[in-house]
Ligand binder design. Sequence first.
Ligand SMILES: *Cc1c(COP(=O)(O)O)cnc(C)c1O
Length: 433
Amino acid sequence: MQYYSLNQQAPNVSFREATLLGQAPDKGLYFPEYIPKADPSLIAHIGQYTKEELGFRIMLPYVGNTIAEEALYQIVSETVNFDFPLVPVNDAIASLELFHGPTLAFKDVGARFMSRCLGYFSRGQSAKVTVLVATSGDTGGAVANGFLGVEGVDVVILYPSGKVSPVQELQLTTCGQNITALEVDGTFDDCQAMVKSAFMDPDLNLQLKLTSANSINVARWLPQQLYYFFAYQQWEDKEHPPVIAVPSGNFGNICAGLLAYVSGLPVAHFIAACNVNDAVPDYLRTGHYQPKEAVATISNAMDVGSPSNFIRVMELFQKNYATITRLISGYTVTDEVTRATIKKVYDSFHYILDPHGAVGYHALETYLLEHPGQKGMVLETAHPVKFPDTVESAIGKPLEMPAAAKLLLGKQKHSIQLRADFEHLKSYLMSRS
Ligand SMILES: *Cc1c(COP(=O)(O)O)cnc(C)c1O
């Protein structure tokens, strides 16, 4: 399997190179040259496979011969070694809980897979790889946890001081070892801009082997399709496939689901559930795509004005608007409705949604009202305890801490303070090497 750049100005590369580079030299996103079809008997007998076997079979064609089969099986096993339960909320809606990994959000899947691939590829190399990543919350923790202790890889995470939740901050500042947290006196956009400047800086690139771990990396994006297969394993009414609602920001998650669908996974319809950052719902409504400035909301992991992976959705369907709108509906959900949804679902069904899941739930509920007789699932992308203020005030009681979060609370935060200034980041990185 080769990967091409969506900007068409760079040579095709293998999975290994695409993972090591992150982005193509022409700044395009990498895309697989064809979408492998899942074996129909695998889909028909999906209940007979373990998560590991299923994951291995799905990922094998994407990875090709760049990773030995036993090693790939091991990588997949470590990627999916927690639960992905499909929990009924009411008669028509179930919640696919993607928050049972170590950092309590779905990003664990991509981060664990990518970290182990990078570890595999850097084995036997003399120079260490430095992963540089900016986070608005969940990415940092997942990347820190995923890469912790991976030999040959150093991780430097930039996060905006005071703008991530307490659990999120502890997840990325308490790892130690090969993980360093830089606490930037600025916004997420400042962090992102500093990281981008670092990738373009000739001095830094001479000194360090820099790579990124954000969702444009194929090794983070592709494994996210696995839990769509796990969801279908648990879906009882195989005659009537589910409508799937995906809380979306950068559109990596839903795009992975669409990939699974094109491979042959039965899905009735996809719902792109957004907060008021509505560039894609706008496109689905009008046929015109216009990136916007990001607006801050209570579902902050989806505060993206210009979703990087949307171009991959377009590529998957040859930019065919009719095909895209037949398969995907977009919804925009305000903070007010998000809060009301958390309260309503708790009061009616005793199920606690996080703000991102609540956006998805409301969108799905709206779609099902417009399409009676169908049933669906919402991807619950994070544990509610990551957003305690919003959730506790909506349901009117304190949240129970899962063990993973309790453990963190006793730990000491370690961060290096940095001004929101690229030169400051540069001199720090140069002094490390
Ligand atoms: C990152 C994130 C999202 C958005 O996922 P995309 O792949 O960027 O669309 C949604 N919910 C949570 C909790 C997240 O951390």
